[in-house]
Design a binder for this molecule. Structure first.
Ligand SMILES: C[S@@+](CC[C@H](N)C(=O)[O-])C[C@H]1O[C@@H](n2cnc3c(N)ncnc32)[C@H](O)[C@@H]1O
Length: 335
């Protein structure tokens, strides 16, 4: 098993996968395993990239839930318990506020879109800073949105059913784009981030919060079969390719993990970028990865769904295991 110190190394050797240089040494990026992750913002300076991360990460691997139809059915059931059972282990209010801090929600009149907003848990953090009437919650799941509609502080928000990869907002529309815990379901994450760029105004900021890839072998196995757990450098590359400037990544995690990241985190980082010019993203993409109109074999669908649910169960157990370890292992020692 890897030690916490290794897990907290952002890029343990030199420059990761040859795509970026970072203006911090690996030593500066390594935190002791006993230290809670500081609110580190790692500035990444893109060198250049001719390879396509987006082509290597979408549906090339059989991740069961990284499909719109499967995500739809997953949330048909999960929406019933989402706020009460799922969030407390992975996505707490203090993590949410920490993750939204780089979004710079500094003006109540800002126009904000919360993409993959689901039951509105993150939106509740947004409306602390921005008038609810200026906030739109978009999600592809009517079942999740139905929960958001019941929340009193969100009653003035606009609620829209739609697809993160094809947003129903005009170009240069919003001051802030927020998306929390949704990218892992998108068949083509690069397309979703390109959409984030398009809908923002000049100078607008995107804040995308999402999972991070595990290093412990069994967690990696379940992550790989379940959904997309991007590597930190992949987030940075998707943002950079979409055209964002001043791209930054902040690590987040539940308090009781004491900074340990070896099992991956369903909410593990908050990535921000600024739109430097008005109009659409300079990035050109081909057709969408998933054609939702195409019929699926119901047997294959059920098998994939069952295996995805099994992998999801592992990630329900991980925070409980970490919580128990945090109780047992004396404070100040690595867990
Ligand atoms: C883990 S939940 C996060 C909900 C909310 N943002 C939060 O912070 O609690 C993921 C949400 O993404 C939505 N989603 C998945 N794929 C989507 C897509 N292609 N377009 C829009 N929403 C999507 C799901 O329906 C679900 O509500």
């Amino acid at each position: 098993m890897l030690s916490g110190t290794q897990n907290l190394t952002l890029f343990p050797n030199k420059t990761p996968i040859g795509l970026f240089s970072i203006n911090k040494t690996p030593q500066q990026l390594r935190f002791p395993s006993t230290t809670r992750i500081p609110n580190c913002r790692t500035r990444i300076v893109p060198k250049c990239s001719s390879s396509s991360v987006s082509a290597s990460r979408p549906t090339s691997q059989p991740r069961f839930i990284q499909h719109k139809k499967e995500a739809f059915w997953f949330y048909r059931f999960l929406s019933i318990v989402y706020d009460h059972i799922i969030n407390p282990g992975h996505w707490t209010e203090d993590m949410r506020d920490d993750a939204l801090e780089p979004a710079d929600l500094s003006d109540r009149n800002m126009i904000v879109v919360d993409v993959g907003g689901g039951t509105g848990f993150t939106t509740l953090g947004i409306v602390k800073h921005v008038d609810a009437k200026n906030v739109t919650i978009l999600d592809q799941s009517p079942h999740q949105l139905a929960k958001a509609k019941q929340k009193e502080p969100l009653k003035d928000c606009k609620i829209v059913e739609g697809d993160a990869e094809d947003l129903p907002f005009k170009t240069d529309y919003a001051d802030r784009y927020v998306s929390a815990g949704s990218i892992e379901y998108w068949p083509d994450p690069q397309r979703g981030i390109k959409e984030a760029y398009r809908v923002l105004k000049l100078g607008g900021k995107a804040c995308l919060i999402g999972p991070v890839y595990p290093t412990f072998w069994l967690s990696r196995f379940f992550a790989d079969v379940w959904m997309l757990f991007p590597k930190e450098e992949e987030y940075i590359e998707w943002f950079t390719k979409a055209g964002f400037k001043d791209v930054q990544l902040k690590r987040i995690g539940p308090k009781w993990y004491r900074g340990v990241r070896r099992h991956g985190l369903i909410m593990g980082c908050s990535v921000t970028g600024v739109k430097p010019a008005s109009g659409d993203s300079p990035l050109q993409l081909g057709p969408k990865e998933e054609d939702v109109e195409k019929p699926v074999n119901p047997f294959v669908f059920l098998m994939r769904f069952a295996l995805g649910a099994l992998a999801a169960t592992w990630f329900v157990l991980v925070p409980i295991y970490m919580w128990l370890k945090d109780l047992v292992v004396p404070k100040g020692q690595p867990i």
